[in-house]
Design a protein around this ligand. Structure first.
Ligand code: FEO
Length: 396
C-alpha cells in the first residue's frame, strides 16, 4: 500500500498484513492486521509516529522514499512492542539524524528489546510538547494500554490523536478510514477483548484524561483510521464502563455426551427465563470469539467433564484465559460430570482468582444426568435469573 494523505503534510506510511493469522503465536487474526505508521512534515522538522513489524520494514522505508523523505528528525515510539518498534533499528540506520521520542519506561524497553543506543532516545514527560515548526506534538502518558510504557501522541493543529494500540483493530483493509462500522466494531471489540480488557480500570482513567481533548481523527496503529471518533470512543465507554449485560457465557467441552446433555438442558432453561446465552464448544471454538463474549457477560458458567481427576485440559485453557482477561462478570458457576471422582470444581475455582465473581452452587453429576440433576440445573438457572434481576441486569 502506497502512502496515503490524512491531512496536509500528514500521511499514513505503514503496512497492511493481509496474510497474518496469528499474533503473539496465540491470538487468532481472522482478518489479518495492519501496522500503521504516520509521517508528519512540519515547516521545520519531520516526525514519524511509530514504525512497523520487522518483516514489513521495507514497506515502511519504501513509503518514506516515495514521499521523498530525506531526513527524519524524530521517530515517536508510543509503544515498545515490536510490531510498532521492530523497524526502529533500520529506520535509525536509514535516517542517522533521527532521535527517538519516548517515555522513560519506553526508552528502557527499547534499549533492552531492540538494543537502540540510549543516546538516540529523547524522553518526554506527560504533557510535554515538541514543535515541528507549524505543527506541535503533545505527548500524553497512558501507561498500561497495554504495556507499562505506553503513551498517546496528539497533533494539536490537526486535532489528530495517535494512540498506537489503544482503539486499534486487527483488520487488514484497503480503506484508510472506517467505511463499514459493523465490521470495524467487531474487529475493534475482538482487539479490546484480547489485548485491552485486562487493563479495563486503567483505561477508564486514560479515557478520562483525553475526554476534554478536541479530537477530529483517531489514527491508531492497527486497523483503519476513525474520522468519526465518537464511534470508537462510545464503544470503548460501553466495553470499559457499562454494567455487564444479561448474558451467560458458557465455555464447555464434553467427551461422551453427559456434559453436552447438561449444557443443552441448562441453556434452554436460561433462555426460558429470559437470560441470554453464548455457548462455546471448546473443542472447536475461536478463543477470540470467547474473549469478545466475555466483554459483556454478567455470568460465566464453565462446563467440563472430569479428566484425570481434574477439568478437561481445554477447559483449563479457557478458564486460565478468562481469568487473565479480567472481564466484568459478577457471577460464575460450574456444571459437569465425573465417572468415579476428582477435584474438578476446586481446581477451576482455584484458577479464577482475578475475577471479582460470586460463585453460585455448581452442578456436578456422576455419569449421565438424571431427573434430580436436571432439577439442580433448573435451580442454578433460577439463581442466575434472580441475581441478574437483583443487580438490575434484567429489569424487574
Ligand atoms: Fe500492537 Fe502492543 O502492539
Amino acid at each position: 500500500m502506497k502512502p496515503r494523505k490524512l491531512k496536509a503534510n500528514v500521511y499514513w506510511v505503514g503496512a497492511v498484513d493481509w496474510d497474518r493469522r496469528l499474533f503473539d503465536e496465540l491470538i487468532p487474526l481472522p482478518d489479518g492486521t495492519s501496522y500503521n505508521a504516520y509521517l508528519i512534515k512540519g515547516s521545520e522538522k519531520t516526525a514519524l509516529i511509530d514504525t512497523v513489524d520487522p518483516p514489513m520494514t521495507e514497506k515502511l522505508l519504501e513509503n518514506l522514499a516515495r514521499l521523498n523523505v530525506r531526513n527524519v528528525d524524530y521517530v515517536v515510539a508510543n509503544h515498545a512492542e515490536q510490531d510498532h518498534s521492530g523497524a526502529l533499528p533500520k529506520v535509525l540506520e536509514r535516517y542517522p539524524n533521527a532521535t527517538v521520542v519516548a517515555t522513560l519506561k519506553c526508552k528502557n524497553l527499547l534499549t533492552e528489546l531492540l538494543l537502540i543506543p540510549e543516546n538516540r532516545i529523547k524522553t518526554v514527560e506527560d504533557g510535554e510538547t515538541l514543535s515541528l515548526g507549524d505543527k506541535t506534538l503533545e505527548f500524553i502518558h497512558a501507561p498500561w494500554v497495554h504495556w507499562p510504557e505506553t503513551m498517546l501522541t496528539y497533533l494539536r493543529e490537526e486535532k489528530i490523536l495517535f494512540p498506537c494500540d489503544l482503539f486499534g483493530s486487527h483488520l487488514a483493509t484497503s480503506d484508510l478510514y472506517v467505511t463499514d462500522e459493523a465490521t470495524v466494531y467487531e474487529a475493534a471489540k475482538r482487539y479490546y477483548a484480547e489485548i485491552m480488557m485486562p487493563f479495563r480500570t486503567v483505561i477508564q482513567r486514560n479515557l478520562e484524561k483525553i475526554k476534554d481533548l478536541q479530537i477530529d481523527v483517531i489514527a491508531p496503529s492497527h486497523g483503519p483510521v476513525y474520522d468519526k471518533p465518537k464511534f470508537i470512543l462510545n464503544a470503548y465507554s460501553d466495553w470499559v464502563s457499562a454494567p455487564p449485560k444479561n448474558i451467560v457465557v458458557l465455555p464447555y467441552i464434553s467427551m461422551h455426551g453427559s456434559t453436552q446433555k447438561m449444557v443443552d438442558y441448562f441453556v434452554a432453561a436460561l433462555v426460558e427465563r429470559g437470560v441470554g446465552v453464548k455457548q462455546f464448544n471448546l473443542a472447536r471454538t475461536d478463543i477470540g470469539k470467547l474473549a469478545m463474549a466475555l466483554v459483556d457477560a454478567a455470568t460465566i458458567v464453565v462446563g467440563s467433564p472430569t479428566v484425570l481427576t481434574g477439568p478437561h485440559p481445554n477447559v483449563v485453557y479457557a478458564v486460565y484465559l478468562a481469568n487473565a482477561l479480567r472481564p466484568k462478570a459478577k457471577f460464575a458457576s460450574i456444571i459437569g460430570s465425573y465417572g468415579w471422582g476428582g477435584r474438578m470444581v476446586e481446581q477451576i475455582k482455584g484458577m479464577l482468582t482475578n475475577l471479582k465473581v460470586e460463585l453460585l452452587e455448581p452442578v456436578i453429576v456422576k455419569g449421565y444426568p438424571k431427573a434430580e440433576d436436571f432439577e439442580a440445573l433448573d435451580r442454578l438457572a433460577d439463581e442466575i435469573f434472580r441475581r441478574h434481576r437483583e443487580h438490575n441486569i434484567i429489569s424487574a
